[in-house]
Design a protein around this ligand. Structure first.
Ligand code: KG4
Ligand code: ZN
Length: 347
């Protein structure tokens, strides 16, 4: 079975082809540059870019996989969460393909795609694992069983900003541009992570063990920078970036390992755009090694949004015998993550 996956929930148009846990080919177009001058993704601009890129990206992915549309056995698509107008473009494209080819359509949860993509690099997931999903819109600690059929258990989520959002906002405060994550990561390499101590929220014993909050650390960075500027001093951008990144990496990895310990799970899956962060990866490696937990992190290219991850989760659903979604499936921009399949309809 060859599964074609379509992703369009934010600013990346992605198409991937997966069969039996193997990536056959994928292609990606990004409208990131078009959003840079606005300091964040503009939904209408993203949707227009998806419209323009979808067909070329589809053909590029098929070419890379040396396949034709006639080889596709099933179509998977992000039905949510994401920017409504952006999701709609991928969903309409996937429906058109499924209808024209006479093949089943699977609406999937974007974050399940982030988790499933690791299968393409490191093989099948173990029967149980803890997943730390850290993206621009979400930060969640999950207990996963069989992604293709089991419900997903939330151990904790962020109560305010997502980790990636905090990276983007801190980058703006430091004048580093958009998207913030990669540039903060780069700049922080020249900084001292211990020069400035930024707060680690929800870290007291009385706090929810697996809850996250990144709005405080973001504000602390803004206040620190403001105070330095008011005092007429120069802002040590690299030290601020490194201190902020250290605070985020520390909280994320500490809570993830506590979850592994409490739930007696010996595999941690670290996924989503922020899993591309070099310090988050390094600290997770260090702490997992010390705790005897196996760490699985997809290669950086597959951490940020792409089509392969949606094909990967579609492939798991197909192999688990999940029921296809109907062609009346609607977009669900704020879909809760309860399982990989989004059966719809909502709109
Ligand atoms: O998963 P993703 O591509 O899209 C969403 O589903 O949100 O994640 C995007 C987020 C952005 O906030 C971006 O700044 C962040 O991931 N990101 C990073 C890095 N690369 C991307 N954050 C920290 N360090 C990075 N190297
Ligand atoms: Zn994502």
């Amino acid at each position: 079975m060859i599964v074609l996956g379509v992703e369009s929930s934010c600013d990346e148009t992605g198409v991937g082809l997966v069969s039996d846990g193997v990536l056959l080919g994928d292609a990606l177009a990004s409208s990131m540059d078009a959003h840079a001058r606005f300091g964040g993704v503009v939904p209408e601009v993203a949707a227009r870019a998806h419209l323009e890129s979808m067909v070329p990206v589809l053909h590029e992915a098929l070419d890379k996989a040396s396949l034709g549309l006639g080889d596709v056995d099933a179509v998977a698509v992000t039905a949510g969460p994401g920017l409504s107008t952006a999701v709609q473009v991928g969903l309409a494209s996937a429906k058109a393909l499924a209808f024209a080819l006479g093949k089943p359509l699977y609406g999937v949860h974007h974050l399940a795609g982030h988790a499933a993509v690791d299968v393409l690099e490191h093989g099948p997931l173990p029967p149980r694992c803890v997943a730390l999903v850290v993206s621009g819109g979400h930060t969640s600690l999950l207990l996963l069983g069989d992604l293709g059929k089991d419900p997903i258990v939330h151990l904790g989520d962020t109560i305010d900003d997502a980790a990636g959002e905090a990276f983007d906002k801190v980058a703006r405060v430091l004048g580093l541009g958009y998207p913030g994550g990669p540039v903060v990561d780069r700049v922080a390499r020249d900084g001292d992570p211990h020069a400035i101590a930024f707060p680690r929220a929800l870290s007291r014993p009385s706090d929810p063990a697996y809850g996250f909050s990144f709005s405080g650390v973001k504000t602390a960075v803004a206040r620190w920078v403001e105070a330095r500027v008011d005092a007429g001093g120069e802002v040590p951008v690299a030290d601020v970036a490194a201190g902020f990144q250290e605070a985020v990496a520390d909280v994320l990895t500490r809570k993830a390992l506590a979850a592994c310990r409490e739930h007696r799970v010996d595999t941690l899956l670290l996924v989503g755009g922020v899993a591309a962060n070099s310090r988050v990866r390094a600290l997770a490696e260090e702490r997992c090694a010390a705790a005897g937990v196996e760490l699985r992190v997809p290669p950086v290219r597959l951490c940020t949004d792409n089509g392969a991850m949606i094909a990967a989760v579609g492939d798991l659903l197909v192999r688990a015998g999940a029921p296809a979604s109907g062609l009346d499936l609607g977009a669900d921009p704020s879909a809760p993550l309860t399982g990989a399949l989004l059966a719809g309809p909502w709109t």
